[in-house]
Design a protein around this ligand. Structure first.
Ligand SMILES: [Zn+2]
Length: 196
C-alpha cells in the first residue's frame, strides 16, 4: 500500500518510485542500508558540511560520501577519511542539488541521535546537507533549493518535523549552526520546523 501511494504521488513530485529525485545529480554512496520494513519516514534532519572546514567548492564532500577521500590531501582529512558517512542530499552554495542515497534507504548522516524519545534518527529520517559552516551565512540559492526539496519530500512521506542535526545530537553536533536562518523555513509553520 505504501509503495502504491508513493508511486501515485511520485508521478507529480519529481521523485521516482525508487526514491531518487529526477532533478538532482545522482552520485551513489555505498554508505547506506535498508530501512526497517514498514518504517515511516517522518523526520528531515538539516546539516551543514564543508571540506576542508570553512572552504567551499571542490569535490571533497563527494569523496567523503563515496569513501575516496585522500587522508593526505589535508591535515583534517586524516581524522575523517575512514568514516563511513553519507546523506541523502547535498545542496551546494549555488543551490545545485546532489543525491547520494535513495530516500527509501537509510543514509548514515545523524549518528548517535534521538528525537521525541526515539533513538537512531537515521532509521526514520532524510538527511539534507547544506554546504556551509557554523560561522558563514548560507546563500539565498541554498534556501530556495532547501524549501523546494522539503516541499517535494513532504508530498511523498509523512514528515512530522524538520530539525537541525544539533537538535537530535545536542552536545555532539552544532550544525547547521547559528548562521542558519530558520525563519527561511517559516513557510512550513512552527509545528513542522523545530529550530533549537
Ligand atoms: Zn550533521
Amino acid at each position: 500500500m505504501r509503495a502504491a501511494n508513493l508511486m501515485g504521488m511520485a508521478a507529480n513530485s519529481g521523485m521516482s518510485i525508487d526514491g531518487w529525485m529526477g532533478a538532482a545529480q545522482r552520485i551513489d554512496s555505498p554508505n547506506a542500508d535498508d530501512r526497517s520494513v514498514g518504517e515511516a519516514i517522518s523526520l528531515i534532519v538539516v546539516h551543514s558540511i564543508s571540506l576542508p572546514p570553512a572552504e567551499f567548492g571542490g569535490d571533497d564532500i563527494v569523496r567523503l560520501f563515496t569513501n575516496t577521500l585522500d587522508p593526505d590531501a589535508h591535515p583534517y582529512f586524516s581524522g575523517i577519511s575512514s568514516l563511513r558517512v553519507s546523506a541523502h542530499f547535498l545542496i551546494r552554495r549555488d543551490g545545485e542539488l546532489t543525491q547520494f542515497v535513495s530516500c527509501l534507504k537509510r543514509a548514515w548522516h545523524a549518528g548517535l541521535s534521538s528525537f521525541n524519545g526515539r533513538e537512531n534518527c537515521n532509521d526514520f529520517s532524510i538527511g539534507i546537507e547544506l554546504e556551509g559552516c557554523d560561522d558563514s551565512p548560507f546563500e539565498d540559492a541554498q534556501y530556495v533549493q532547501l524549501v523546494a526539496l522539503i516541499k517535494l519530500i513532504r508530498t511523498c512521506f509523512p514528515i512530522d518535523a524538520v530539525v537541525g542535526h544539533s537538535c537530535v545530537s545536542p552536545g555532539r553536533k552544532t550544525d547547521p549552526g547559528p548562521c542558519f536562518d530558520w525563519q527561511r523555513l517559516a513557510v512550513f509553520g512552527a509545528s513542522l520546523v523545530r529550530a533549537l
